[in-house]
Design a protein around this ligand. Structure first.
Ligand SMILES: Cc1cc2nc3c(=O)[nH]c(=O)nc-3n(C[C@H](O)[C@H](O)[C@H](O)COP(=O)(O)OP(=O)(O)OC[C@H]3O[C@@H](n4cnc5c(N)ncnc54)[C@H](O)[C@@H]3O)c2cc1C
Length: 509
């Protein structure tokens, strides 16, 4: 032992979000006896570890769990913004914290509200849980060619507990879907038509919704695995290399400040799309594509009051909680012809403020969100400093990020389209749609991207193994090589499944 850590394990996993958890789960299922240590810099804020904070019944306990997730200087109070507030200001969503500096360089657009979470479960203790499959150019061609992608996505859905029926009793959902379908579905294939949003949520027998976090991905299989251990408040500062191969991690126990080495045959870095490349950089692993092709989804929002709305029986309860399940969550899939991912959301998950004059009609106002895929550029990147440090003492980040003329065109189209869709549903609350500050989607991708060959434009192989460092695997949205408009976590988890299977295979050889 080294402090509270083992001296060596088979697999060290950095980060306890859903993609790190997917490695632990698949390895627990396929490699019994393999020793697995998961290191997480943040604290445990929910029970079971990694559970979504929305499942915490007490509002004060929930708020405390969110605040404890907000990074190295997590503290109570401060200016915070709820999930339903539309704002152009630089404020963080509960459970997340912003980059203090380096989020925008003069003359560039930057990602002013790029944010992270530091807690067991990562951002998925705070997320909305939308899990659509990618479509058309969002899909990863070289995994489609081998016929693997859909099987991996199905496995991701299993791990995340994705369902489509949790809101089937929502009285207004069919109305919203029907009106959107009449505006969108003509000429679309079945899987591209307006439909229920697949969500990582299920409804308990007593009617309560349970949102999936990393706890669901880990599952009982991992929790009951005697060879799996999760170490919270443990900052991995370096991946150890020996003869160019991954050989373990250097970890600082944030409770004692002591530094330890844990040897490992395989290392998985699943530390989000900004901090995974940061850790590789700090370890001296610096391939050309590291941190590059950074992409986020510009997000256009619009609020409408449902036309001819008739309140459903029981709506009063939703009025008092401020949480409406009455409109469900509707998905307008991305296509190359209409290159936006549409999400028409239940009110507590929508980024659109409710109208002040509407306290008696929960479910009557819905927020439409259109997410746009980025025009990929190698110059959009997260850069790391050898001299300056962030709040954890890791290399400080600077984000270089610029919208291209094509991005501006797509955003303009999305604004027209969201108004058209909004009018199909009802009466707009605002004159014009609103573009959220860049970074608001919290869907950063591309920084440790996967490629079919090592040609300098990718960091890892289709199995997520880093080209430059055998035995080192990367996980998370950073691995996704395409420009997606849809929510990326399902795809990130699907790619993690493939990587975990590869480690399992290598361990059995
Ligand atoms: C409010 C909100 C709504 C969202 N809604 C959706 C949605 O509907 N659909 C969707 O697909 N996505 C959504 N997302 C994004 C989603 O949560 C992320 O895509 C997902 O959590 C990424 O998983 P991950 O495992 O790659 O990283 P994360 O969940 O970010 O976990 C990474 C973990 O690594 C830890 N870590 C980082 N560096 C180190 C280090 N050096 N040592 C140890 N630990 C480290 C971090 O503390 C963190 O806990 C949302 C996010 C938020 C906050």
């Amino acid at each position: 032992m080294s402090g509270r850590y083992p001296a060596s394990v088979d697999v060290a996993i950095v980060g306890s979000g859903p993609t790190g958890a997917a490695y632990a789960r698949i390895l627990s299922e396929t490699s019994p006896g393999a020793t697995i240590a998961m290191f997480e810099v943040g604290p445990t804020v929910s029970d079971p570890p990694g559970a979504h904070v929305k499942n915490i019944a007490d509002a004060d306990d929930r708020a405390r769990a969110q605040m404890r997730s907000e990074g190295p200087s997590a503290r109570e109070g401060g200016e915070r913004v709820g999930g339903i507030v539309k704002t152009a200001q630089r404020r963080a969503r509960p459970g997340t914290y912003l980059l203090e500096d380096g989020f925008q360089v003069d003359g560039e657009d930057g990602l002013p509200v790029a944010a992270m979470s530091s807690n067991v479960g990562g951002m998925a203790a705070h997320w909305t849980g939308a899990c659509p499959r990618p479509n058309d150019s969002e899909r990863i061609g070289f995994l489609d060619d081998t016929g693997e992608l859909d099987e991996l996505l199905a496995e991701g859905e299993r791990l995340l507990g994705v369902t489509s029926d949790a809101f089937d009793s929502s009285p207004h959902a069919p109305l919203v879907r029907g009106r959107l379908a009449s505006a969108v579905d003509d000429g679309r294939e079945e899987h591209e038509r307006v439909q229920r949003m697949p969500l990582a949520v299920h409804r308990r027998d007593d009617g309560r919704l349970v949102w999936s976090g990393s706890d669901v991905v880990l599952g009982e299989t991992t929790r009951a695995n005697p060879d799996f251990a999760l170490y919270d408040e443990s900052l991995v500062t370096r991946v150890l290399l020996e003869d160019g191969r991954a050989a373990g991690v250097e970890v600082t126990d944030r409770r004692t400040g002591e530094r330890h080495e844990v040897r490992a045959r395989f290392v998985v870095v699943a530390a989000d799309a900004l901090r995974t490349p940061q850790l590789l950089w700090a370890s001296g692993i610096r391939p050309d594509a590291l941190g590059r092709y950074l992409n986020d989804q510009a997000q256009i929002v619009f609020a409408v009051r449902i036309r001819d709305f008739v309140p459903a029986a029981g709506d009063e309860g939703a009025a008092t909680t401020g949480l409406s399940e009455y409109s469900g969550v509707t998905w307008v899939p991305f296509t190359d012809d209409m290159p936006f991912h549409g999400q028409v959301m239940q009110l507590d998950a929508s980024p659109v403020t409710l109208a002040d004059d509407d306290p008696a009609a929960p479910g009557s106002i819905v927020g439409l969100g259109l997410f746009c895929a980025k025009d990929l550029q190698a110059s959009d990147r997260v850069e790391f400093s050898d001299a300056a440090h962030d709040g954890y003492g890791m290399p400080a980040m600077t984000l270089h990020y610029t919208l291209t003329s094509r991005d501006h065109e797509i955003i303009a189209r999305a604004k027209d389209e969201v108004v058209r869709l909004g009018r199909a549903i009802g009466e707009p609350l605002d004159d014009r749609p609103f573009m959220m500050p860049l970074g608001a989607s919290l869907h950063y991708q591309g920084t440790t991207r996967m490629g079919s060959v090592d040609d300098g434009t990718s960091v890892c192989s289709p199995d997520s193994e880093v080209w430059a460092a055998p035995g080192l695997f990367v996980a998370g949205n950073g691995v996704i090589p395409t420009a997606t408009a849809c929510n990326p976590t399902l795809t990130g988890v699907a790619l993690a499944v493939k990587g975990a299977r590869k480690i399992s295979l290598l361990m059995s050889e």
